[in-house]
Write a protein that binds this ligand. Sequence first.
Ligand code: PLP
Length: 385
Amino acid sequence: MIFLDAAATTPVRREVLEAMWPYLSGEFGNPSSHHSLGEAAADALAGARAAVAKVLGCRPGEVTFTSGGTEADNLALKGIALARRGADPALDRVAISAIEHPAVEESADYLRRVHGFTVDVVPVDRHGLVTPEAFAAALRPETALASIMYANNEVGTVQPVRELAALAAARGIPFHTDAVQAAGWLPLGVKDLGVDALSISGHKLGAPKGSGVLFAKGRLRIEPLVHGGGQERGRRSGTENVAGAVALATALTLAAEEQPRLAARVTELRDAFIRAVLEAVPGAVLTGHPAQRLPSVASFCFPGTSGESVLLELERRGVVCSSGSACAAGSDAPSPVLLALGLEAEVAQTAVRFSFTSAVTANELEQAAAAVRDAVGSVIGIGRR
Ligand code: PLP
């Protein structure tokens, strides 16, 4: 099987499994316990926090471990917006892009439905880019928080986060970015990016599902979502997932070391794959930005097909990928992300996303491009019969 669905999830890396194993077995203590087992667990958690902080270029106290990217996004959106409005009732708006992951989009909608916030949705251009002009136009004196994803999970477009964060900072508005897809592929230094908050998910990086991080700048107040024993400096109660934190820290550290080399290699393979698919399938459309895109994502529409049928035909030929995002998989509705890029609903329904791990090879992608040609040919043939 050729696995081209890494944006949905990745296998746990051996080094990560080995690093986390002691905290699932012999060193199984609760970090809050006042005995040697508890202290060993607390030390491991502190080590993981310091390692994540090193990659992000922040202080360890600014790192909150969560149960994944979804929780990190929820904590950022709800936690920051509610804390800021608590301090100043006039701050009752949030700004997000039109192509956010549901973890951000639904959190913003919750703020609207339940807490009376207004959500300002920043449009994107046909490549999925948020322009600085459109972003600046959405920022108001009442904006409690702006959240623009670093890289999109369906089309791979990478946003000009530095520039956008600077626009928010100039207005005193905290800026959050969902870096779940960017982590492992793009630089994550939070000072250089100029962001106030950033979300990461472990399972996109070779750590297990159910591990994540929210970076939030020290001075930012966050209203917790989960109440209890006050772990994670009161930001996220609940006995810590020590093994998960160690796993995420290990995966993130390895990814940061490998990132420049692997990103360059995979970008070349991605571009060759895009050329091969566009040549092999007449009428195929590359979605997202032609250059400002994740090294690991090639996404297309194949007009005249249905994305789901192409997926089935590809799987019969040994290639596993996804129609749009895993979260929307199985739904017949065209992807809101593709509609926001201005694609017709009929075309958006024909989307297929190929996403690569860093281990992908030229040979696999050559085989995959041939499988795409045959799969699309077969679906169109079936349609004509
Ligand atoms: N944000 C983006 C951009 C994602 O792609 C995903 C997962 O696909 C998430 C957030 C959610 O992360 P998790 O699966 O860890 O909850």
